[in-house]
Write a protein that binds this ligand. Structure first.
Ligand code: SF4
Length: 541
């Protein structure tokens, strides 16, 4: 598909789940193109990207997708297969269903098994009940379940369950390394100017060791947390790198395992290879760890920041403070690791206090890479979904977009729900935060060509701090002697009483007034009894 429609259009469409699904839906349920094309265009939020799209472009993408899947369908004699397994993750549900329908049409005796994140839990059961061409759905991890299913079939044992809740694999080291040879063969068939060196997806762990965030519905797919050993992971990555000639990897984990991750990156660093990685982390990164990870090839991370309001963080059950979030943002920037993080807006039952707290924290967060504003969406099986009363939700029903995707028979349960409650008020409350985040992006784009907007340089017995203000005015601050020492003490979140203990010559009054001055100037962040110096060590970005 990439070859047919080009990288740019492919990127625009695949950035939106609804748009991708709408195009797949045109193949699955022909005759509703107008509504589905309208949905695809409406769900592309990026203004420039939207300008490139109209009904005809969407229909061309649909035709290309049909041609690609048609080639696949025509390339095999499906009647020679007893089972066909189709995995559907993000953006692939409707295309996967179309493929299943066509294979069943070509070979009615072939059993179709679907698995993957999009058919987890009761949403998967509803898909099975809605589409008669699907024989089995595996919810959860496919390896063992698929093996047992086929084994039973080969031994002619009765198979009673068509919806299979899979057992979780216990030992991840027992998995073989992923086999990408088909993908690379396909790449080789592309014309030379369209070939590229891909980023390979790899998996360190499954599940989440925290698993409590109220907005998250990961528990539909996973209950327990397991990871590969660091040594096994390092061997796998180095083997994949050599075998396929690639240097870039993306960990698909929800949260990299903290201890094993450190060992893994140490091993990679010691090998002296120029590998680069993407990974998802919890916001608990020390300055030292960030430096180590940055030096070991971790170049981009997604961190579950989600909020800068302590009240909202508690309701989200993130288990992290605003201080943890700001410190993580600071340390990653200093270590040269690009942060991709979100701020969840419009969370059900929001309060003025949450908005105020966020606005206050944004004054300090603005010196770091901007976060993306995302509206809360209600996921099937998330704690908000299961305990909707607590979040002032009055009703929930499958999101109306599913009616456009499946106009004839819509599954009774879906992954995304719409709801009624405080939504209108929540949106109105968060409007000014959304605007402020827009300003933050503008500020960052305009004032960070070469160096971050708040940096320091250490001169040995003094530090120079460079601070870019809103309109681009640059201030220089000099901290000498003891002030420098206290500033350097604050490069990690630190309790004020610890600063006092480390610097017995300073009176409490003097220290508090010094800290207050730095706080008013936006040079340190304070939360409770802790403080953090915000400037990052000067370096080019
Ligand atoms: S949001 Fe992230 S940290 Fe929270 S439960 Fe889900 S995967 Fe775990």
């Amino acid at each position: 598909l990439y070859e047919k429609i080009g990288a740019q259009l492919y990127g625009i469409i695949s950035d939106s789940s609804w748009a991708s699904e709408a195009i797949g839906a045109m193949l699955l349920t022909p005759g509703y193109e107008d509504q589905q094309a309208e949905l695809a265009i409406r769900m592309i939020k990026d203004g420039d990207a939207k300008k490139r799209l109209n009904r005809d472009t969407i229909l061309e993408v649909r035709d290309s997708l049909r041609a690609v899947l048609g080639e696949l369908l025509g390339s095999l004699d499906w009647s020679g297969y007893d089972f066909v397994g189709i995995t559907v993750s993000l953006n692939q549900l409707c295309s996967g269903l179309y493929l299943a329908k066509e294979i069943k049409h070509l070979s009615p005796s072939t059993k179709i098994v679907m698995g993957g994140a999009s058919v987890s839990g009761t949403a998967g059961e509803a898909i099975l009940n809605t589409f008669p061409f699907i024989d089995f759905v595996v919810s959860g991890e496919g390896e063992g379940a698929l093996y047992s299913l086929i084994h039973s079939y080969l031994e002619a044992k009765p198979i009673d369950e068509t919806f299979i809740r899979a057992e979780e694999l216990k030992d991840m080291d027992s998995l073989p390394p992923p086999d990408f040879s088909d993908f690379f063969e396909e790449l080789q068939r592309l014309p030379p100017e369209k070939r590229f060196i891909p980023v390979l997806p790899v998996e360190f762990s499954r599940g989440c060791f925290w698993g409590r965030c109220t907005f998250c519905n990961l528990n539909l797919q996973w209950k327990g947390y397991r990871s590969k050993s660091s040594n096994r992971m390092a061997r796998e990555v180095l083997w994949l790198s050599r075998r396929y000639g690639v240097l870039d990897f993306a960990f698909m984990d929800n949260a990299l395992p903290p201890k094993e991750m450190s060992e893994f990156f140490r091993e990679i660093r010691e090998r002296g290879v120029d590998l680069k990685f993407f990974g998802e982390l919890r916001a608990s990164i020390s300055r030292e760890l960030a430096q180590e990870l940055g030096a070991s090839g971790l170049k981009t991370v997604q961190v579950g920041i989600e909020s800068l309001s302590p009240t909202l963080l508690r309701r989200l059950r993130k288990g992290r403070s605003v201080m943890d979030n700001i410190a993580t943002m600071r340390h990653l920037l200093e270590a040269g690791i690009s942060l991709e993080g979100n701020l969840i807006l419009d969370f059900p039952g929001s309060s003025e206090k949450e908005v105020e707290e966020t606005m206050e924290a944004l004054r300090f967060a603005r010196y770091f890479k901007p976060l993306k504003a995302v509206s809360f969406w209600l996921g099937l099986g998330s704690p908000v979904f299961s305990r909707s009363d607590e979040f002032q939700i009055r009703y929930m029903r499958p999101h109306r977009n599913y009616k456009t995707l499946f106009p004839e028979h819509s599954p009774s349960e879906t992954m995304v729900y719409e709801y009624g409650g405080t939504l209108k008020r929540d949106r109105a409350l968060w409007k000014r935060v959304r605007r402020e985040i827009g300003e933050w992006h503008r500020f960052w784009d305009e004032h960070t060509r070469h160096i971050p907007p708040l940096t320091y340089r250490d001169g040995g017995d003094f530090v120079l701090i460079r601070q870019v203000l809103d309109k681009g005015t640059v201030l220089q601050h000099r901290l000498q002697g003891l002030s420098r020492k206290i500033f350097l003490d604050m490069l990690e979140p630190i309790e004020i009483k610890t600063i006092m203990e480390r610097n017995p010559g300073v009176s409490s009054e003097k220290l508090h007034s010094f800290l207050e001055d730095l706080h008013v100037k936006g040079l340190i962040f304070k939360e409770g009894v802790k403080v953090l110096a915000l400037p990052v060590r000067n370096r080019k970005i």
